[in-house]
Design a protein around this ligand. Sequence first.
Ligand code: BES
Ligand code: ZN
Ligand code: ZN
Length: 548
Amino acid sequence: MKVKIQQGRIEKFACDLLVVKWVMGQKMDGSTGAVDKALRGLISKAMKEDGRFKGKEGDVLVFPIHDKRIAAKRIMLLGLGEQKNVTVDCVRRSAARIVKEARKCRAKRVATILIGTGTAGIDPFTAAKAMTEGALLGGYVYHKYKSEEAREEAAFPGEFVMMTAGVHEKAVFHNPSAPTPPNLPSGRGGKLGGEALKIREAERGVKEGELYAQATIFARELVNEPASNMVPKTLADTARGLAKGVSGIAVKILNRGQCEKLGMGAYLGVAKGSDHEPYFIHLVYKPSGSNHKSQITNHKLERIAIVGKGITFDSGGLSLKPSQHMETMKLDMAGCAAMLGVFSVIAKLKPNVEVHGISAVCENMPSGRAQKPGDIVRTVSGKTIEVLNTDAEGRLTLADAFGYVNKFVKPDAMVDLATLTGACMVALGEEVAGYMGNDRALLDSVKKAAESAGERAWELPLVEEYKEQTKSHVADFSNITPSRYAGAITAGLFLEHFVDKTPWVHVDIAGPAFAEKEVIPYNPRGATGFGVRMMLELLKQCDFQGKN
Ligand code: BES
Ligand code: ZN
Ligand code: ZN
């Protein structure tokens, strides 16, 4: 799908579907009013006749038109809810709804206004970026294994056009009591001026939105791939592919023997039961130029590590999961996929910080060679872990990944993304990630990044008093706790033992990494790519130097 910004009057634009918005309680004015006027009140009439369209968020009214005064074939009226509800994420959701509706009526070309820039006061860059993300992510379908017919649908719409100037702004000018927006020329028929800037900003938003969506889809494709085709080697090859021929990105893949030499007993313990070889991924992006001291909140940040949990399939190992819990366990490499998603666009965005992408990739399987409950493993750090439940495997692989990072990367900040605990889903549900960490400034930066990305995350406390539960009487630590309570937090406390002094945030994405049903219109069923845009926003806090 091609996403475009175009200047002009929306009612003059030739397209298959023309979308106008409706905010609850609004008058028939602005762009919607202008189209209604051009159609001699057809929208008002359709609203009245339908009776159900109230303008609630997601309310949709679509009708064909055969009127020469307007160049579109169909009109769609889209509800945005109440004025106060028109947030950046509402804009993102709305763009996704437009694409879905366009697909339903097989519209090749859909045109809409730049939602949110009018009365909601969202700047054109942010609105265009959110709409681009919403359109591309909402239009995503995993159709690799579908018949030709099902694939055809995904080709609609081919073009998603956002109109910037025209009726709405003109309507503002017509209204003598309304103030002239600061970036627009005053008076009717004025030359571009602020409008040119608005278009440039919107175009920049489209470009960044495209990259963010592309990275998210990159992660989705990896997670959606069935686990029999997505084995550790597949991810290692993907990482190699991301570095190949791209200046600024380097990759190192460690095999089992090399990991053994480094003393990654916890990681290799998990990998033992599988017929597939484990591979440890280390990607590095270096910004060009030597003077790259960036600032995240009050951190001087030169080097950041993103660690992704990379279990290509989590059967639970010998502590086998019940079959229902296993159905979606191809998702257990979503953290790694998100990290790879970030690297798929990093050389274009050019953040002003050195970024290390780390993942200890393996498969958690039962077999005659599998590790057994009661085994004790030694990590890179030298600390030992009693493995009482082989299904708490993520924290074992992360313990060694963290040990490696401390030894060889020594970053100023480390963020891990992991589908770590069912307990986090019990606490926060499927839409919200839980995050926790040891550094207030970094925690706040992650929060800010999540908010700008429209990815929901809630901080959980690393309760010092619970730490006792992570100890073992035969090893330094145990991979499960005696109590069932606060499982997401105790997993975080376990991880903290392997962090050292590095400022660190752990993001438990077990819930939002995978949508079992569609709740958010830009997250269709299946992998969501959660974490990609949050990490890109975090890197953006260190400045993007990419030209767009
Ligand atoms: N991969 C799972 C966590 C998970 C569950 C992710 C559901 C996504 C959806 C993890 O390895 C796991 O099995 N955790 C156990 C830990 C327990 C044994 C302490 C869990 O949450 O049940
Ligand atoms: Zn598990
Ligand atoms: Zn797992």
